[in-house]
Design a protein around this ligand. Structure first.
Ligand code: ADP
Ligand code: MG
Length: 684
């Protein structure tokens, strides 16, 4: 399809307004067509004067002018027009907003007015937001007025006018219809162009609603088809190592542990192992809250691989995390005689060379590392399993590069960011999802408090008492320096050094330190050489210091619930009772939101609440995945439509895996346009 005309070529758009359209992301005729109104003013039905003011919202009325009262008060034009209809009289008011109405209205004129109406002692009045002069015998024909997202300099009225003037021309750029004709018919969808006309200029709300629904379905159909095509392709690959699971292996694995597996861990291990018995590469996402024991599950996958003579690689986003994984995995793998090599950037050339030799020769069964694993000279003798920790921290391309070091290796993605199940099936449509929904027993739950800033000294006294008992504490704040009204870690650390924690050993950690400095501070804290760590959220992932028993989050209102939950997960990792204190400014009404955290330690429940409060677009997990970039659909609001689109997509792809049939040309074109790439984010 050729390019649609530039916005400046449309009637009603001049050199001055074209950049204003561009600023809203509208560069072409097609962009304008796809710029949908987010609501409508329904001007269709006038209310009788006797009923005005009952709705509490905007209302419409039609009447004949009985009297006009005009005043100027300090440069403000005030126009009050008395109008009569068949039920009585009311007053329409214009107050200083529109000087063009001054002197315009005459007795006996017929007017349409719309605005917020109210009832008073002197009868009903209406604050006019919109009006029209009707001809003496003109029948009133109210419309649905589309309201577009506007900017300061480009009003919705202007946008609507340009759309209206150019609508037939715009409709020519409706593009490929992703919905195959038979499916559109089955679902009762109007033809695509008609749907665009219905959404920009509907006759009634139902028409607009039906059109929107069609677009939402279409958008989801593209997403779900992309995922279905990917899945189909993956299912068609048969060169992964089909591993054999010795019947006694799970028992053997469990006996080597100092504790019993939780039921959730056992279930998930079985799911993963079952995937790995197939010659089709596994593509599974393991979701588990902080502390749920994902490392152990990863170890089980590695043990199965090693038993079958296949190597594994685990990649983590930071050196600290990679080192911790190596440390935790080593004792789990030791009883099975599995040798592990670490590969990361700051390693000495000699130790790196040794590790690479042993991986290339196959002498070492497991590599644990950072992005350093992706470098060219890292080779494996037989890489059959890749594990990607905190998967959202890596790009598609990086995940693909790791996989390319083996032949269709099985892949396990891990995340500690819980995503509600409903959302996970769509965001991660090409992945099978496993969830560890149970924490190991015997943990003392972390006690959480929400406290106002005015009580901060009490909070610090509480922290100090815990330090006196031999524990350590984190103090997290949102800003690095004092550039805003937010608490800065640099300033707070200075203040604490001079005050509350003058006798304590205090460290400072933030994203502007070099990685060497960060590792140094983190290392000292982990070894117990620091009592307090004042940090930004750089500590969010990865650190595991069992002796830390207090987490204080300053300006807690600045964080999403899911993120606060992650931060909280940094404590409660040892035997001691742990605490999380969320500090928020006295003047913010945060009690309800933070209350969710004080009540619950269930990451999934918190994620659901976070999602409910912030919507899909803002939700941490989806932002990373690109779900926020959807055009009109919303994965939370429209989740039931997604389910329908997914079923339809699967049906289409089973019948026509490459979308080669003519009726799927529109869908194929939409897929190829790459506009909806979300579903592809996790595939490789
Ligand atoms: P995650 O990576 O999911 O945050 P980890 O794998 O680091 O969690 O496990 C957290 C802690 O729980 C570790 O100290 C681990 O030894 C312990 N753990 C894991 N599984 C169990 C279990 N089934 N019973 C008791 N403790 C467990
Ligand atoms: Mg972990």
């Amino acid at each position: 399809m050729q390019d649609s005309p530039r916005i400046g070529e449309l009637a009603g758009v001049g050199a001055k307004s074209a950049p204003l359209f561009a600023a809203l992301g509208i560069q072409t005729a097609r962009d304008l067509l796809e710029y949908l109104p987010f609501r409508y003013d329904d001007l269709r039905f006038p209310t009788k004067s006797s009923a005005l003011g009952a709705s509490g919202g905007e209302e419409n009325a039609v009447g004949r002018v009985v009297a006009v009262k005009e005043r100027r008060v300090r440069g403000l034009e005030i126009v009050e027009v008395r109008l009569r209809d068949e039920a009585g009289e009311f007053t329409a008011k214009w107050i200083g907003r529109n000087r063009y109405v001054y002197g315009r209205f005459k007795e006996d004129m017929r007017l349409f007015v719309r605005g917020r109406a109210e009832r008073g002692l002197a009868g009903s009045s209406l604050n006019v937001s919109h009006y029209a002069v009707l001809g003496p015998d003109e029948e009133y024909r109210g419309e649905m007025v589309p309201i577009y997202r506007a900017s300061k300099d480009l009003t919705t009225r202007k946008i609507a006018a340009v759309v209206e003037k150019n609508l037939p021309k715009l409709l020519a750029w409706a593009g490929d219809d992703p919905v195959p004709p038979a499916l559109a018919k089955e679902r009762g969808f109007a033809p695509l162009q008609e749907a665009y006309a219905h959404v920009h200029a509907p006759l009634d709300p139902e028409q607009a609603q039906a059109a929107r629904k069609r677009f939402i379905f279409g958008e989801f159909l593209v997403l779900a088809s992309a995922a279905a095509v990917r899945r189909m392709q993956r299912e068609g690959e048969h060169d992964a190592s089909a591993l054999h699971v010795p019947p006694a292996l799970l028992g053997e694995f469990e006996r080597a542990l100092p504790f019993a597996l939780t039921a959730a861990q056992r279930k998930v291990i079985e799911e993963i192992w079952r995937d790995m018995t197939r010659d089709t590469p596994m593509n599974r996402l393991l979701q588990g809250d902080v502390g749920s024991g994902k490392t152990l599950v990863a170890a089980a996958a590695i043990v199965l691989a090693a038993r079958n003579g296949v190597q594994s690689a685990l990649m983590a986003p930071t050196e600290i995390l990679a080192a911790q994984h190596a440390e935790k995995l080593a004792p789990l793998l030791l009883p099975f005689g599995i040798a592990l090599e670490a590969v990361f950037g700051s390693q000495s050339a000699r130790s790196r060379a040794g590790a690479l030799d042993r991986l290339a020769s196959g002498e070492a069964a497991v590599a644990v590392g950072t992005h350093a694993l992706l470098t060219e000279n890292v080779d494996f003798a037989r890489l059959g399993l890749t594990i990607i920790d905190e998967q959202h921290r890596f790009g598609v391309e990086q995940r693909a590069r790791l996989r390319a070091k083996g032949v269709s290796p099985h892949t396990l993605h891990m995340t500690a960011t819980p995503i509600p199940r409903t959302l996970a099936q769509s965001v991660y449509a090409d992945l099978d999802v496993s969830v560890i929904d149970e924490l190991p027993p015997g943990r003392t739950p972390i006690e959480t408090f929400a406290v106002r800033t005015s009580r901060i000294e009490d909070v610090y006294a509480f922290v100090d008492a815990n330090i006196a008992r031999g524990h350590q504490a984190y103090i997290v704040a949102p800003a690095i320096d004092e550039a805003s009204e937010l608490t800065s870690v640099v300033a707070e650390a200075e203040r604490l050094k001079a005050g509350s924690f003058a006798q304590r050993r205090l460290g400072l950690l933030h994203g502007r330190l070099s990685s060497r400095e960060k590792d140094d501070v983190m290392g000292r804290f982990a070894r117990g050489e620091l009592d307090v760590l004042v940090a930004t959220t750089v500590i969010e992932v990865g650190v595991d210091v069992p002796n830390a028993s207090v987490m204080v989050v300053l300006d807690a209102h600045r964080y999403g619930l899911a993120q606060l939950h992650q931060l909280r997960g940094r404590v409660g990792r040892g035997a001691a009772k742990s605490f999380c204190v969320l500090v928020y400014p006295d003047d913010t009404g945060e009690t309800e939101r933070l209350g969710i955290l004080t009540e619950s330690t269930d990451g999934f429940r918190i994620a659901e609440e976070d999602l409910r409060i912030r919507g899909a677009g803002e939700f941490a997990g989806t932002q990373q995945s690109g779900a926020a970039d959807l055009w009109i659909a919303d994965l939370v609001r429209d989740i039931d439509v997604y389910a329908q689109a997914r079923t339809a997509a699967e049906r289409i792809v089973v019948q026509d895996p490459r979308l080669e049939r003519p009726e799927h040309a529109g869908l194929r074109a939409q897929l190829a346009s790459g506009r909806s790439t979300m579903a592809l984010v996790l595939s490789s």
